[in-house]
Design a protein around this ligand. Structure first.
Ligand SMILES: [Zn+2]
Ligand SMILES: [Zn+2]
Ligand SMILES: [Zn+2]
Length: 867
């Protein structure tokens, strides 16, 4: 062991060793308990950022810990490699997305390897490779065959800048999540997955995921959005048709005075055509289609609409209701039609006031009346039903059931459940994605590609077009093909590609047998490894990715390919990495290395002006408050970087960057190193102490106890809660304890029992640190005289008897009555106990100057003073 801790030498040495011994390569071992640890795989953007480092470090600690606990641990890594950034970067750098992507993968793989993560690199996958997406195409065709996929013309969120469709979830605050430009509506033929068929089951199982954070479950439930209500038919006047409305408030049907249809509702055009209102309606619909139609945006809009020229009939009151089309009605909620009850809905109230429409009160406060003429806002509280025929006088909550029953009996509608979840539109008008494996033929229509012809290869050398438009439809050699059914040479391939969320919905299964050629995966391997025992990733994926993965697993289940419905048993969503921002009045945001922090007041290195230190927030390139992990690796090494990420905060909380924190971690490792260096020659050949605690004494009894207490605490903190920060603190305390022993080397060398305890303590320290700072721990372990990797040694166990506290609680009585308690050291001798007891303040008070007749001492229990 060298005197100085040289992180670089040690880390490269052990990384080489792990590679050479294939320590992290695993295979199925029936009979051995498996543990599948997975971190969400990265998009190959080019560089690992500190958020990745944190995520993967958390996973790596758990993987290594579980390995030491005897599990067969699967811990793979790969690349979520399709997607738009590759296209944008390729345009900017005049290269091809494939070239850009594969280069990025190469450099990021190097960075991950330098961090010493325990991945089975033999299982690496990249979703842009044909051997991966071939099986995605295969599954698409299976789903098509079973009717789980369909194509329809649909209004989609369209980004002009990115020239593509966006899922609702990809519209953030009314803007495109990629480029930040406004989103508009466009009608296109699109492929959809019938995820809504699974809405009920996905919701039901939300309550069967005890290993998931509550907040994620709540987000999933909310996204699926189940509501119970009633579907009611409103006949259209002078027409043999009706408008279906879903409502959760059947108690207010008598108060519905007008109808609002979403501008996209098919009836809007049908009803207005040929009326005086046709042109006005068309203009309105056209204008609204250019607006952002996300629900969030609607909150802020002025509510507006136009009359379509027709009326419908309120089936309960018999009143005529004018039919409007209005901007606040959304096609994606309910049926796209809203029965408007202005007296009891604020939005409807405002609309009615604006267009001078009837307001009828049907729920009134219990001790008051309501006059529509004088109302200034809708009445939305609980109350008593009025103006509703036979239901008058009922509590309105009760009336919900009663009126629904009546509606069903009269055949006017039915009770039903409505979900907020919509089918998953997977078509993307992009190039860098999985080709959708169908052919369009003039004679045969849509024809699936033959299984034997899979994969439909994406041409990797296509030149991207200006503005990012997909080149696929213009590539004759790709787009023109023979019809698989009639052989016509003029058929055309589908040139849309799949949403990249499809690839990330099943990659965890592919990891189980990444090279498998005879199917989507080897069923035996999947049966053994799946489901994932612990999944770790950012909370930003709490809705989309997790919901799609859960859905896709159900598809695999229904196709008989897997035996489980839920892919992830336990989920951890780690917090963000945050740092304060720096900005210069002249140069705007500055990177940390552009700031001179040496003087009292930090200044801009470019212009010397004082910088403004902003608030601590999530690290982001745009705010430049980022730390390059490579800087940490060079200066401190992988182990210190890992230690910092783990020590600064529990995994689920946000972590605040601090260089002092990193320094602190580095100092701690050097402290452990020094203690080991000073004693290791004295203990290398000694057997770790394993005897009875009665054999040892003094500092080494204390140290032995402290070591067992530390093992207990660290095991619990890692096992139960993944609270690595408190686990690390405990090891730090243990090291501090060693430093309190005066003349340590002398005491170790003069006594065999002492050296045995020291060996036990240092070995335990190395074992406890092994998942956290693996290179450091391997080096320490080797220096302690071991020839095999520390990971092959079982996790240390604590002994109950050694945990017993050294202190006991002594009860003090005066004349047999409890008067005081105090903590004393176990086995204090009788004379000393008497002295301590008699000098106790409370005891003194009860003796009250009287002569003491007798002092009875029951060792380690109580003292009774008789006066
Ligand atoms: Zn965009
Ligand atoms: Zn054909
Ligand atoms: Zn400046």
């Amino acid at each position: 062991m060298d005197e100085l801790y040289d992180h670089e030498v040690i880390e490269l040495k052990w990384q080489e060793y792990w590679k050479k011994t294939k320590l992290f390569q695993v295979k199925e071992q029936p009979g051995k308990k498996k543990y599948y640890l997975l971190e969400m795989f990265p998009y190959p953007s080019g560089k690992i950022h500190i958020g990745h480092v944190r995520n993967y470090t958390i996973g790596d600690v758990v993987a290594r810990y579980k390995r030491m606990c005897g599990f067969n641990v699967l811990h793979p890594m790969g690349w979520d490699a399709f997607g738009m950034p590759a296209e944008n970067a390729a345009i900017a750098n005049k290269t091809q997305p494939a070239v850009w992507t594969y280069n990025n993968i190469d450099s990021m793989r190097k960075e991950l390897k330098r961090l010493g993560f325990s991945y089975d690199w033999e299982r690496e996958i990249a979703t842009c490779k044909p051997e991966y997406y071939k099986w995605e195409q295969w599954l698409f065709l299976k789903m098509y065959e079973k009717g789980m996929v369909y194509r329809k013309e649909a209004l989609v969120n369209w980004c002009d800048t990115c020239q593509t469709v966006l899922a609702n979830e990809q519209v953030e605050a009314d803007m495109c999540w990629r480029c930040g430009e406004p989103v508009r509506q466009k009608k296109l033929l699109q492929w959809f997955f019938r995820i809504t068929d699974y809405a009920g089951d996905l919701l039901l199982h939300c309550d069967k995921l005890p290993g998931w954070p509550d907040k994620v479950i709540a987000m999933q439930k909310n996204w699926i959005g189940k509501s119970a209500g009633t579907l009611i038919k409103f006949p259209i006047e002078n027409m043999d048709a009706d408008i279906s409305v879903f409502t959760t408030r059947p108690d207010t049907v008598f108060g519905a005075t007008f109808m609002c249809l979403a501008p996209e509702h098919p009836l809007v055009k049908k009803l207005s055509t040929g009326t005086l209102y046709e042109e006005k309606v068309n203009n309105f619909v056209e204008r609204i289609s250019r607006q952002d139609r996300s629900s969030r945006a609607l909150e802020n809009y002025e509510k507006e609409g136009v009359f379509t020229g027709v009326f419908c009939i309120n089936p309960l009151s018999g009143n005529k209701m004018p039919v409007y089309t209005a901007n606040f009605a959304l096609m994606e909620y309910g049926t796209g039609a809203v029965m408007s009850v202005p007296a009891h809905d604020q939005r409807d109230f405002e609309f009615a006031k604006k267009y001078n429409l009837d307001i009828i009160v049907v729920v009134k406060p219990p001790d008051d009346t309501l006059d529509p003429a004088s109302m200034t806002e809708a009445f939305t509280d609980e109350g008593v039903i009025v103006h509703s025929g036979r239901f008058n006088g009922m509590n309105n909550k009760e009336a919900i059931d009663k009126i629904s029953e009546f509606i069903e009996e009269e055949g006017l509608g039915e009770r039903t459940v409505n979900f907020r979840l919509r089918d998953w539109g997977i078509s993307r008008q992009r190039y860098w994605g999985t080709p959708i494996p169908v052919v369009h033929c003039d004679k045969c229509g849509i024809v699936p590609v033959r299984n034997d012809d899979l994969p439909v290869l994406l041409p990797e050398d296509a030149a991207l077009l200006e503005g990012g438009k997909s080149p696929l439809s213009g590539l004759d050699y790709y787009a023109r093909t023979e019809c698989p059914k009639c052989g016509s040479p003029d058929a055309r391939r589908e040139t849309d590609t799949m949403d990249t969320f499809v690839e990330s919905s099943w990659y965890f299964e592919r990891y189980c047998s990444p090279d498998y050629k005879d199917g989507i995966f080897n069923k035996n391997a999947v049966d053994y490894w799946m489901p994932v025992d612990q999944y770790i990733g950012g909370v930003e994926h709490a809705i989309l990715h997790l919901l799609y993965s859960r859905y896709y697993t159900r598809i695999l289940y229904d196709l008989g390919l897997v035996k489980y419905k839920e892919p992830f048993t336990n989920l951890l969503t780690q917090g963000m990495v945050c740092k304060e921002t720096f900005s210069c009045p002249e140069h705007g945001f500055l990177f940390p290395e552009e700031v001179d922090e040496k003087s009292d007041k930090p200044v801009c290195k470019k212009c010397g002006k004082n910088i403004i230190v902003g608030r601590v927030e999530k690290m982001s390139k745009s705010k430049k408050n980022v730390i390059d992990p490579n800087f940490l690796l060079e200066k401190y090494g992988a182990d210190t970087t890992r230690l910092f990420c783990l020590f600064a905060a529990p995994p689920e909380r946000d972590l605040e960057w601090s260089e002092q924190g990193v320094e602190g971690g580095y100092r701690f490792l050097k402290r452990v190193w020094r203690i080991a260096f000073n004693t290791i020659d004295l203990i290398r050949d000694v057997v770790p102490f394993d005897g009875s605690i009665s054999e040892i004494e003094g500092d080494f009894l204390d140290l032995y106890r402290k070591t067992h207490q530390t093992i207990k605490k660290v095991s619990n903190d890692i096992h139960d809660r993944f609270h690595f920060n408190t686990a690390i603190s405990a090891v730090m305390e243990l090291i501090n304890k060693i430093y309190t022993i005066n003349n340590l080397s002398d005491k170790v060398s003069e006594n065999n029992l002492n050296s045995g305890v020291m060996k036990f303590t240092l070995e335990s320290t190395a074992l406890m640190l092994a998942p956290i700072v693996p290179h450091f721990a391997e080096e320490l372990w080797e220096s302690l005289g071991h020839e095999e990797s520390i990971l092959l040694t079982p996790w240390p166990l604590y002994k109950e008897e050694a945990l017993v506290k050294d202190e006991i609680l002594l009860v003090l009585q005066v004349n047999g009555k409890l008067r005081s308690r105090l903590n004393i050291s176990r086995n204090t001798d009788e004379a000393a106990i008497k002295e301590i007891a008699l000098s106790d303040e409370r005891v003194q008070k009860f003796i009250n100057g009287k002569p003491v007749k007798k002092v009875i001492v029951i060792k380690n229990k109580l003292v009774n003073i008789v006066v």
